[in-house]
Write a protein that binds this ligand. Structure first.
Ligand SMILES: *Cc1c(COP(=O)(O)O)cnc(C)c1O
Length: 500
């Protein structure tokens, strides 16, 4: 609903029933907002109210203000989606005006819209997945391991140009295995990007190791080479270099590997590349995830391609991947009986899910193009909002735009970010803040943190950043709805700031 469409719903109490009928007919929204002269909401007027008036022989020329009083049911601008839904259900109504602190309506929640939720990033299946899954059923390979697992590993490794791959149950499991393969032991330290999803660094704790967090570079939003360098210098002085460094490739874009790899090399520290969010992205012509000693991908339901849940570990060294497979299958020794000499895990991917993965991999490049198109549409359609700073894509990077993200400018960006998110949520649009950095998480309180030279970049991105619905299956109509509501939400947030 645009600002003009919203304004067309607002009528004075002096308007006649006939005029109200015409306005209702024109808007097609099924509700009008009757205002006091000072702009406060007096009541709502629905199709049903007018029908009842007609049946009681109230004349068409009667003013709306003369109808029996009916105090409106409303929600405040701080009201959540859930609270709005509860009110709609409790009062069995289909529209809920949103009013500001002075009682003026600023928006309306519509039940019809709420039932057509727009997701941040939902699974998007192609045409071949079911054939692979049916094959798994037909051949009774409903096991962890099987021909689709082998095929998926082979095909993914070829796709990203890495020697070998091991399919596992999640991206987090892949990181856990990778840390073990790199020799991470209790008491060790591991460096990791601070701006990321907790799945990147929970496995550090599984190993009994201690994380050190590295800030973002404003040019990539990913690991700052400058902060990394300072952290390694410090670690060397302390005599405890990290066992490995985990640069994370956020929102479909690679970190600056040409800067990060030589720094790590100089200190002799291997890189574990968390490419959970960047499958399909390229950096200077090479596939994201192919730069570290070990790389990992995720096929969780919200990622660019999905197996409903799953992950992949990739490395050029066949011995590394062989060992990953062994650790992922309870570290079973090669013997006809069950022989074990070390701790293992049950981390393998099932043959059924690998079948979904093979089908998804075939449409990966299409998905990248679709997500990039979603981003382009946001950027061009919202060109009238020059204050929005889109996540940069420097020269030589090719992001998948897994999620379209932007930041709001200004000192109170956090406040406006929340207002915008809440306004979108009231229209059943799932948008999210940018990841809350790990150095700000209670879980990691006390962990060392190295900020970028220009201050705490990741904290600023979290404060000001918003991720928009970006699925490759977002329809043009849905995206138009997001754009329209975002424009309105931005204006509302601006008004609130002006009023404050
Ligand atoms: C999704 C994600 C993970 C974890 O992957 P799962 O498959 O959900 O375990 C790790 N790191 C990042 C950056 C992610 O986005």
């Amino acid at each position: 609903m645009t600002a003009d469409e919203f304004n067309a719903l607002c009528v004075p109490a002096a308007c006649t029933l006939l005029q109200a009928l015409a306005a209702l007919n024109e808007s097609g929204r099924g509700v009008l907002l009757v205002l006091h002269p000072d702009g406060r909401l007096r009541r709502t007027l629905t199709d049903g109210d007018l029908r009842r008036a007609a049946l009681s022989h109230v004349s068409e020329s009667t003013q709306v203000g003369e109808l029996p009083e009916q105090p409106p049911i409303t929600i405040g601008t701080d009201g959540t989606f859930a609270a709005g839904m509860a009110l709609l259900d409790e009062h069995q109504i289909d529209h809920l005006p949103v009013v500001d602190a002075s009682g003026r309506p600023v928006d309306v929640m519509f039940r019809r819209e709420l039932s057509q939720r727009i997701w941040l990033s939902s699974p998007h299946l192609g045409e071949e997945e079911t054939a692979f899954v049916e094959d798994a059923f037909r051949t009774n390979w409903i096991a962890p391991l099987g021909p689709h697992v082998d095929g998926f590993e082979r095909e993914l490794a070829a796709h990203v140009g890495v020697g070998h791959a091991a399919a596992v149950s999640s991206g987090t499991a892949a990181i856990h295995l990778a840390l073990l393969l790199l020799g991470v032991k209790p008491g060790d330290t591991v460096f990791c990007s601070s701006l990321t999803f907790v799945g990147s660094c929970n496995p550090i704790l599984y190993c009994g190791a201690r994380p050190v967090f590295i800030d973002s570079d404003p040019q990539t939003w990913n690991m700052s080479p400058a902060a990394l360098e300072r952290a390694l210098e410090w670690a060397k002085k302390e005599g405890r270099l990290p066992r490995c460094v985990i640069p994370v490739n956020l929102y479909g874009q690679s970190a600056d590997m040409d800067a990060i790899l030589p720094i790590c090399d100089r200190y002799g520290v291997p890189v574990l590349e968390d490419a959970a969010e960047s499958l399909g992205a390229r950096y200077k012509g090479r596939a994201s995830g192919s730069f570290g000693r070990i790389g990992i991908y995720s096929f969780n339901g919200n990622k660019i391609i999905t197996t409903s849940g799953g992950g992949m570990l990739v490395a050029d060294d066949p011995a590394v991947v062989e060992r990953a497979r062994k650790l992922a299958t309870q570290a079973r020794e090669p013997a006809p009986h069950y022989e074990h000499t070390e701790v293992g895990f049950n981390y393998r991917m099932s043959n059924v899910l690998a079948g979904i993965g093979r089908g998804q991999l075939r449409v990966l490049e299409q998905r990248v193009a679709q997500r990039r198109q979603v981003f382009e549409t946001y950027r061009t359609e919202l060109a009238d909002q020059p204050q929005l700073q889109w996540m940069p894509e420097p020269q030589g990077y090719r992001s998948t735009r897994w999620l379209t993200c932007f930041t709001l400018p200004g000192r109170d960006a956090g406040l406006r970010r929340d207002l915008v998110l809440r306004a979108l949520e009231r229209h059943s649009i799932e948008a999210r803040p940018v990841w809350k950095p790990m150095h700000q998480q209670p879980l990691f309180r006390g962990a060392p943190y190295f900020a970028h030279e220009s201050g705490d970049v990741s904290a600023g991105l979290f404060e000001a950043g918003i991720c928009l619905p970006s699925g490759s299956n977002l329809t043009p109509d849905q995206q138009a709805r997001v754009i329209e509501q975002l424009r309105r939400a931005l204006a509302l947030a601006e008004d609130r700031r002006a009023a404050a």
